[in-house]
Design a protein around this ligand. Structure first.
Ligand code: 6PG
Length: 245
């Protein structure tokens, strides 16, 4: 059941998201001995990462991936991995092989995307056209209704075969090339959680809600095209983004 939950503000979203992530982790570890979590970039998840870092968990069973990345060095302020490292990963007693960063040291964004897809295929031990199911993918949404680095009007939104692709910048900053999960990989997830807050997201979220009332193939926004094939879709939004007075 796809559902939208409205919270007072970004802090309430982060607290609810922390509970949701912990429950997903417990269930995944109980069922398969591992929790494969895909982190989101942008600024909204910062509070969630800070809260999670302070919680007790079976961290040794968690594996961390990045749903999209800016093609910049890992120590660049614009790096999504840097945000995740500083607010969460550096605070956990985990091994480096539990952290699966986008290989931005590749010569081009395209080669980084190809290398990341190969890393994901090897991690899940898949060789054919099978698409791996992450236990939970966290996503944000831009004010242009992009998600991950799938930007409106770009061919990457229509990709049906590759799991990871590179993208030129969208209209929103930072104006750097990106590496991003594609919709086939996102929609194979067991759980997808969007966290969206702020009045600047209201128009885009309204467009997404219209999309969610349509069959997936008729959705027009990248975020509205996120429809897990067999998983759960949740939108945690604040009152401002939901345009509730
Ligand atoms: C990125 C993100 C992007 C982000 C949205 C929302 O690399 O910027 O992956 O998709 O989630 O742009 O960003 P905010 O949370 O900062 O509003």
């Amino acid at each position: 059941m796809d559902s939208v939950k409205v919270f007072t503000d970004a802090d309430e979203i982060a607290a609810a998201a922390m509970d949701y992530v912990q429950k997903a982790a417990k269930q995944s570890i109980a069922e398969r001995g591992v929790f494969n979590l895909v982190l989101s970039g942008g600024s909204t998840p910062r509070k969630l990462y800070e809260l999670l870092a302070g919680q007790p968990a079976d961290w040794q069973h968690w594996h961390f991936f990045m749903g999209d990345e800016r093609y910049v060095p890992l120590d660049d302020e614009r790096s999504n991995q840097k945000l995740a490292d500083e607010t969460l990963l550096s605070k956990l007693s985990i091994n480096q092989d539990q952290i699966h960063a986008v290989p931005v040291d590749q010569p081009t964004a395209g080669q980084a995307a190809e290398a990341y897809e190969n890393q994901i295929r090897q991690y899940f031990n898949i060789k054919n056209a099978e698409v791996p199911a992450f236990d939970l993918i966290l996503l944000g949404m831009g004010s242009d209704a992009h998600t991950a680095s799938l930007f409106p009007g770009k061919a990457t939104v229509q990709e049906t075969k590759k799991l990871v692709v590179s993208s030129e910048p969208g209209v929103l900053p930072p104006p750097v090339d990106r590496v991003t999960f594609t919709l086939p990989l996102i929609n194979a997830a067991r759980r997808i959680l969007f966290m969206t807050a702020g009045p600047d997201k209201a128009e885009a979220f309204r467009a997404v809600r219209r999309d969610l009332e349509q069959p997936p193939e008729q959705a027009v926004t990248p975020a509205g095209k996120v429809r897990p094939t067999n998983g759960e879709l949740l939108w945690f939004v604040d009152r401002a983004a939901a345009m509730i007075g």
